[in-house]
Every structure is written in structure tokens, then in C-alpha cells.
Design a protein around this ligand. Structure first.
Ligand code: ADP
Ligand code: MG
Length: 321
């Protein structure tokens, strides 16, 4: 074939798909979720996004505590956990053990008392130390006998707020894969999983500074199938008497965790990255060791603003453009 003809054909192929990136944003799980798909035509991408969004909504309905769900029924002692919820509980329990209790899936009652997930006014009374102590659950809140989960203590209430968003992202990615999508990002307010590449280059992800929304503390270049999740104290918080109260609780004290401003984890699945980012936030820089022992990489901005990274994290960092 003459070279000019080949070039013409290539140009034509390019013209039928002038913008290889399809982007859509939907509101779910209390946040804006952005879907980006590269390299297929818009119609195909939009069908895949619709399927992913549907899978994520279904997942949210299984795990939510904001409206009646299998989890709220289980917490009231009614009904058993569906298999899917049991599986995420199993993973949550594994992260709890490996993080020395920093991730704890049984903090529901305490979390409700603090009110960060419930859209309450900022001037509400905060729980007193006595109330916190009364609601603080034991280290282990669930047991399984004959395949059935059971709460071990009246202070225990399941709350998947620290891991369900990541899991929903995983379900969304599975739906994209089922639609033969090879290059994509699902980004749920900074919690994301990526697939493939952005054409010739890798996907670029900025990790924001926990105190300056417009500043980036690290830029990552990622390709393949990998997740990045950040937990921070800057999205849901109130300042009272000069102290910042926010939604990630230290299961050792029942108080908002004090050792970090943000924690980022890179992991093969978004559920793992989400659960561990919450754990790493609670543990602060000391959490990088158990994180590494679990085979994952992370970055912590400690309470003084100093950045700590596990050695493996470095491989994804690129200079900002
Ligand atoms: P975000 O919801 O901002 O993405 P996280 O993933 O860190 O942040 O999850 C915080 C949520 O997890 C809280 O709103 C609460 O529902 C729950 N939670 C709080 N502290 C813990 C903890 N130590 N372990 C597990 N879940 C927690
Ligand atoms: Mg989390």
C-alpha cells in the first residue's frame, strides 16, 4: 500500500473518533464520581459507564447506614448478612488485624454519636468523654459460626464507611471490564482505581495537600490495574475550641484520630486501598510498617505536615508537569 494511502487511512480512523476520552460525572455515595474512559467511541463508553454506575448504586444500597439496608437490619439484630456483605466484612476483619486494630468495622454507634456522617449542624453538641467511653466497642466485634455472622457486644454496630466506597469502585471497574473497557478511571472524590493507560502515556494522578486544596504534594503516573485512595481530615470536620474534630476515629480512644492530616495508599483493589488508607490515617507514619508488611505502599502527611513515604511508593512519583 502506498505510504500516502496508509497515512490517509490512519487520519480517517482518527477522525471517526476525534476525542478518545469520554468523561461523565454522577453523584453517588455522598460524592461526585467521575468516570473517564479512553480509546473507545462515546456511545460504547457511555453504555459501559451506565453499567458501572448501576453496579456502584447497587453496592451502595447493600452497605449504606443512611437508609434501611442489609447492614442496618443486621445491626438491629434482624436478618443475616448477604454473602457479599459478609465477604467485605471478612476483608475488613483482616485489615483490622493487620493494622493492629486501627481499622475497625464495628464503630457504627460511636460514629453516629459523633454525627459526621449524618449532616448535622456544625454547632451541635459533641459527645462527652463519658458518652464516648460508653460506646467504644471491644477490639473485635464479630464472630462467625456455621457461616453466620453475629455481633459480640451491644456496643458493636457495623459501619462500612471506611471501605465500602472503595469496594463500590471495584464493582464499577468489574462492570467496565465486562464491557471490554481496557483504559479507564473511576474517581470517587479522590478515591480511585485505574485501568490501562491514557493513550501513549500513563494516567496522571495528583495527591492534594491536606491544608491547601490547590496544592499537589505528589504527582503519580500509573498504568495497568491499580488503586489509589486518600483519607483526610479536611472533608468532614468541625473546629471547636481550636481543635479539629473529623470523621476518622481512633478505635483505641473513640476520639478523632490525631496522628495525620492525610494518608494515601496504593493497592491492587480500591477496597484494600480504602480500608488501609483509613488505618494508615489512624496510625500515622508508624502505620507505614504494617502497611508494607501487608504488601502495600503508602504516603502519610503527619500532624505537623511532614510527608512520610514507604520505599515502594517512590516508583510511581513523577515530577509535576
Ligand atoms: P472518606 O469517607 O472520606 O473516604 P475514609 O475512607 O477514611 O474516608 O472513611 C471514613 C469513614 O469510615 C467514617 O465516616 C466512618 O464511617 C468510618 N470510620 C471512621 N473511623 C474508622 C476506623 N478507625 N476504622 C474503620 N472505619 C472508620
Ligand atoms: Mg477508607
Amino acid at each position: 500500500m502506498p505510504l500516502l494511502l496508509i497515512i490517509a487511512l490512519l487520519l480517517l480512523a482518527g477522525c471517526s473518533n476525534p476525542d478518545p476520552l469520554t468523561r461523565q460525572t454522577r453523584y453517588m455515595m455522598g460524592t461526585l464520581v467521575e468516570f473517564s474512559i479512553y480509546g473507545v467511541d462515546n456511545t460504547e463508553a457511555e453504555q459501559a459507564i451506565a453499567a458501572a454506575a448501576e453496579a456502584m448504586r447497587r453496592t451502595e444500597a447493600q452497605f449504606t447506614t443512611h437508609r434501611p439496608s442489609p447492614v442496618t437490619r443486621f445491626n438491629r439484630g434482624e436478618g443475616e448478612l448477604p454473602a457479599e456483605v459478609g465477604q467485605l466484612l471478612q476483608l475488613s476483619e483482616q485489615i483490622r488485624r493487620h493494622s493492629h486494630g486501627a481499622f475497625h468495622p464495628g464503630l457504627g454507634a460511636l460514629n453516629h454519636a459523633w454525627g459526621f456522617s449524618d449532616d448535622l449542624p456544625d454547632d451541635r453538641p459533641l459527645p462527652t468523654p463519658r458518652q464516648v467511653a460508653a460506646l467504644l466497642p471491644p477490639g473485635r466485634c464479630v464472630t462467625q459460626t456455621d457461616g453466620k455472622w453475629r455481633l459480640t457486644d451491644p456496643r458493636c454496630q457495623l459501619d462500612f464507611g471506611g471501605i465500602a466506597k472503595g469496594y463500590a469502585i471495584d464493582r464499577g471497574i468489574a462492570a467496565l471490564k465486562a464491557h471490554h473497557i481496557a483504559n479507564a478511571i473511576i474517581d470517587a472524590g479522590g478515591d480511585m482505581r485505574i485501568l490501562g493507560r491514557h493513550g501513549q502515556r500513563k494516567w496522571r494522578i495528583g495527591i492534594r495537600h491536606p491544608r491547601h486544596a490547590d496544592q499537589v504534594i505528589a504527582t503519580l503516573a500509573l498504568a495497568g490495574d491499580i488503586s489509589v485512595v486518600t483519607s483526610g481530615d479536611y472533608e468532614r470536620f468541625i473546629i471547636r475550641n481550636g481543635r479539629r474534630y473529623h470523621h476518622i476515629l481512633d478505635p483505641a480512644t473513640g476520639m478523632p484520630a490525631m496522628r495525620a492530616m492525610s494518608a494515601t495508599v496504593i493497592a491492587p483493589s480500591a477496597a484494600l486501598a480504602d480500608g488501609w488508607s483509613t488505618a494508615l490515617f489512624v496510625l500515622g507514619a508508624a502505620g507505614l510498617k504494617p502497611l508494607q508488611q501487608a504488601g502495600l505502599a503508602g504516603l502519610v502527611v503527619d500532624r505537623y505536615g511532614t510527608v512520610h513515604r514507604s520505599p515502594a511508593f517512590q516508583q510511581w512519583i513523577v515530577p509535576p508537569r
